[in-house]
Design a protein around this ligand. Sequence first.
Ligand SMILES: Cc1ncc(COP(=O)(O)O)c(C=O)c1O
Length: 398
Amino acid sequence: MLKLAERMGRAKPSAIMLVAEKAKKLKAEGRDIISFSIGVPNFLPGEHVYAAVRDALAKDSGQYGSNRGADALLDAFLAHIERAGFTGYTRKNVSTGIGAKHVLFNLAEALLDPGDVIVFPTPYWTSYMDIADIVGATVRTLPCPPEQNYKLTPAQLDAALPGAKVFLFNNPSNPTGMVYSPDEVAAIAQVLAKYPDLWIITDDIYHRMVFDDLGYRNFVQVRPELRDRTIFVDSLSKTYGMPGWRVGFMAGPESVAQALTNLNSNHITNIPEAVTAAAVAALTGPQDVPAQKNLEFQAKRDQVLAMLDSIPGVVCPRPQGAFYVFPDISCAFGKSHNGRKIENDVDFCNALLDAKGVACVPGSAFGEPRALRISYTCPTPQLPEGLKRFREFFAELA
Ligand SMILES: Cc1ncc(COP(=O)(O)O)c(C=O)c1O
């Protein structure tokens, strides 16, 4: 029997995709499905993006491009991050990839040898675990339960960092939607400053989606000395409604940006010209669509929280960003729905999907099996109906 490489034994298909696939299949069979599962923003970028692509296609050289990213794209990204408070970065500090997922994968390859320790909080975005597994890193997760608002405490981090090579932080968070306040970011940065041999990756692809005027901060803004070892990861996927266009970025030390550029030269070569044009247009064009969507998501967050608050036993820390809510639904475990026993989060999500046609992702996909994730970007008219069915399902538990 011919064998695949050992690392492929560790590469699992994304648990999020499995739920989405089941929901898609039921929909194809004619079921009325409301999807709260996949993390897509569900809006399109403005017409200026399509116009830029048409223009680029008319002039497309058909040639290979830059491994780092076209100059126009790097410059557009630099201006974009300057607006978020990252000043003094040059083209040498940045690199691009086929989405933030690819950038994160490249970072894992560039920074982690087999057995090196990577630390990140739980709940975590599913791919962190899978990517770390594939490169053979040793994962140290830090449990952040709902009782601590799904947020990492400085003491918890301090205890976990000795011997670690990389700390991976995600703010705002997928799956919890939690956002660290400027003070909380400063307190964590203070701990990070104590570990000079530690790389810090901040996956902040939702940094433009922050509600309640809370504001966004990165470690480098509160502790400039962390800049030499902090890598900021960004993406067009969520902010600009462009998940399928596959454009991701990083900004950080020159050595890291160069390493990613070298990996690109062996993996992807370059981001295609037409996609580059779309990305430049999104970053430099009118910013009213992302701003307007942010307001819409904040209102939807309120609707979801109001529904969850009305269910006795459900505990839900209040998210202040991204487009996810992550309630603790463990009060349902041990109960039954129409005679179907619910032992855990996976049973809950399967029963909810089968009985009510509502798709959510089990929390175990994110390392927290007491919860589930609701992604609330579905078309606005579907939201109240999906929430009504969710509440009905709970009421029918016995
Ligand atoms: C926290 C987080 N990081 C990275 C990604 C990957 O984004 P991209 O579409 O740019 O690959 C996602 C996508 O869901 C995410 O939620």
